[in-house]
Design a protein. Structure first.
Ligand code: ADP
Ligand code: MG
Length: 433
C-alpha cells in the first residue's frame, strides 16, 4: 500500500446559476495527501480552492468524482478531518475554553475528558491563561490560535487550512506560522497531513513539502512543485528566493500561454477571456516606476511586489495586463519593459493615449469588438447591456461584468470610445476617424 491518506479522483464541481446555466468551478481534480506532508494549494482568488476544501471536508458532495480515505489498519475508514478558517469562525458568546470544547461535543466525549483535552490544546497553542476570555477580548492572532486549538483538539489525521494567516498582520502571521511549524516538525501533534490553501507564494514555499498550483476558470491543478529542502526555511537563502521566483514565473507565464491561445488566428478569439479590473492610471504608474531608478526597465518580480506593497494578487493582475498590451515581457521571474512600454513612458499624455489605443485594438479582442460594433451602428452608439448580455452567454456574470468594466476604463482612457455612466451608453469618441 502506498502512503496516501486521501485520494481525490476526477473531481468536478459545478453550481447552478440563473436561467439554467451552470458555473464549473473545479474540473478534473486528481490529487492525494500523503502521510507526513504539508501540501500547499496555491492559486488566485476565485480559482475554487475553498470549494475544494469543502469537498474534502465532506461539507459538499462533488458533482463528479470520488474521494478515498486510507487508514493503515482499517481500509476505507473515514479519516478525522479538521479545518481552520481565514475568518476564525469563533462563537462570540462562548469563552476560549468553550469554543475549543465545541469540537469535541459533537463527538460525544465525556464532560471531564472534554475539559482536559481542551485545556491541553489551549496550552499547546500558547493560549494558556486565556481559557475564560471571550473572543472580543483577544487580538486577531490570539483568535486564530483559538481556531487552531479547536481544530487540533479532536486529534485530526488531516488538517485543512483555508488561508488561515491572511487576515492577520504580517508579524502576527509570521509568529503563528513558526509556532505551527514547530508543533508539526517536532511531532507534538498526532496530525498526519496538512493541506494549506493560500494565495501567498512565500507562505506556500515557507510551509509546504509540495505545492499544487491552481489556475482558474475552471479551477484546476496546473503544476505540482516538490520542495525537498529542510525546515525551518530561510527566506533569504538563494534556494528559497529561486523557488519563489520560479513560481512567480510559472503563475505569470500560465497567463501568457492563454494569451497565445487566444491569438489563434480566429477572428474574435479570446473575446470571452477574463480580464482583471486594473485602472489605466495604475498601469501608467507601474510603467513609470519600472522605467525609473532603481529598475531602469527591468525588475525582479518578487522585489517589485515587495516595493509596491500592493499585494501579490494585485501586482500579478497589473503585470498580466502589461503583458497583454505588450508593454512588458516576463521571463524567469523578471519583468522587462518592451520598446512599446518605454515609448509609452517617454510620451506626453496625448501620445500615451494613442499608443494605448493601438495596443488595445491589437491585443484586446473585446475592445476591438466594441469599437467595430460602434462603427457599424447608426449613430455610433450601443447600450452597455448589449455587450454585457453577449459576454454573459460565455462567462459568469461576475467575469462578464469585470471584463467589461476593465475594457470600458481602458477604452475611455485611450479615447477609443466614450461611455456615459448615467445613460449606460457607449459611443464613438470621434466617429469620423
Ligand atoms: P477561492 O477559494 O479560490 O477564492 P472559491 O472556491 O471560494 O474560490 O470560489 C470559486 C468560485 O465558485 C467563485 O466564482 C464562487 O463565486 C463560486 N462558488 C463557490 N461556492 C458557490 C456556491 N455554493 N454556489 C454558487 N457558486 C459558488
Ligand atoms: Mg477561498
Amino acid at each position: 500500500m502506498n502512503n496516501a491518506l486521501l485520494e481525490l479522483k476526477d473531481i468536478d464541481q459545478s453550481f447552478a446559476k440563473a436561467e439554467g446555466r451552470t458555473l464549473t468551478v473545479l474540473s478534473n481534480i486528481n490529487m492525494e495527501l500523503k502521510k507526513g506532508e504539508i501540501v500547499g494549494l496555491l492559486g488566485k482568488s476565485g480559482s475554487g480552492k475553498s470549494t475544494l476544501l469543502r469537498i474534502i471536508a465532506g461539507l459538499i458532495t462533488p458533482t463528479k468524482g470520488e474521494i478515498h480515505h486510507h487508514d493503515d489498519k482499517v481500509p476505507d475508514k473515514a479519516l478525522n478531518i479538521a479545518m481552520v478558517f481565514q475568518t476564525f469562525a469563533l462563537f462570540p458568546w462562548l469563552t476560549v475554553l468553550e469554543n475549543v470544547q465545541l469540537g469535541l461535543e459533537a463527538l460525544g466525549v465525556p464532560e471531564k475528558e472534554m475539559r482536559k483535552r481542551a485545556l491541553a490544546a489551549i496550552d499547546l497553542i500558547g493560549l494558556d491563561g486565556y481559557e475564560s476570555a471571550y473572543p472580543r477580548e483577544l487580538s486577531g492572532g490570539m483568535k486564530q490560535r483559538v481556531g487552531f486549538a479547536r481544530a487540533l483538539v479532536v486529534n485530526p489525521e488531516i488538517l485543512l487550512m483555508d488561508e488561515p494567516f491572511s487576515a492577520l498582520d504580517v508579524l502576527t502571521a509570521e509568529t503563528l506560522k513558526t509556532d505551527f511549524l514547530d508543533l508539526w516538525i517536532e511531532r507534538k501533534i498526532p496530525l498526519q497531513s496538512v493541506l494549506l490553501v493560500t494565495h501567498n507564494i512565500e507562505e506556500a514555499v515557507l510551509m509546504s513539502d509540495r505545492i499544487l498550483v491552481f489556475a482558474a476558470n475552471p479551477g484546476r491543478i496546473v503544476t505540482e512543485i516538490k520542495l525537498d529542502f529542510p525546515y525551518p526555511r530561510d527566506r533569504q537563502s538563494p534556494m528559497f528566493r529561486a523557488m519563489v521566483e520560479q513560481i512567480y514565473t510559472l503563475m505569470t507565464s500560465g497567463m501568457q500561454k492563454k494569451e497565445y491561445d487566444l491569438t489563434a488566428r480566429v477572428a474574435g478569439a479570446g473575446m470571452y477571456d477574463k480580464l482583471p479590473r486594473v485602472s489605466p492610471n495604475q498601469l501608467a504608474g507601474l510603467i513609470e516606476a519600472l522605467v525609473a531608478a532603481p529598475y531602469h526597465g527591468h525588475a525582479d518580480l518578487p522585489v517589485l511586489d515587495q516595493a509596491l506593497g500592493l499585494g501579490t494578487e494585485e501586482v500579478l493582475h497589473l503585470v498580466e495586463v502589461l503583458r497583454l498590451l505588450r508593454f512588458a515581457d516576463v521571463e524567469a521571474g523578471d519583468i522587462n519593459l518592451t520598446v512599446i512600454g518605454k515609448a509609452f513612458a517617454d510620451a506626453d499624455t496625448h501620445k500615451r493615449k494613442q499608443i494605448f489605443a493601438e495596443q488595445l485594438m491589437q491585443n484586446v479582442p473585446l475592445a476591438a469588438y466594441i469599437y467595430r460594433v460602434l462603427q457599424d451602428r447608426p449613430g455610433n452608439q450601443a447600450p452597455h447591456v448589449r455587450f454585457l448580455t453577449q459576454l454573459e452567454d460565455h462567462m459568469t456574470e461576475e467575469e462578464a461584468d469585470e471584463a467589461l468594466t476593465a475594457v470600458t476604463s481602458w477604452g475611455r482612457y485611450a479615447e477609443l470610445f466614450a461611455y456615459n455612466d448615467n445613460s449606460e451608453i457607449f459611443s464613438l469618441e470621434n466617429p469620423t476617424a
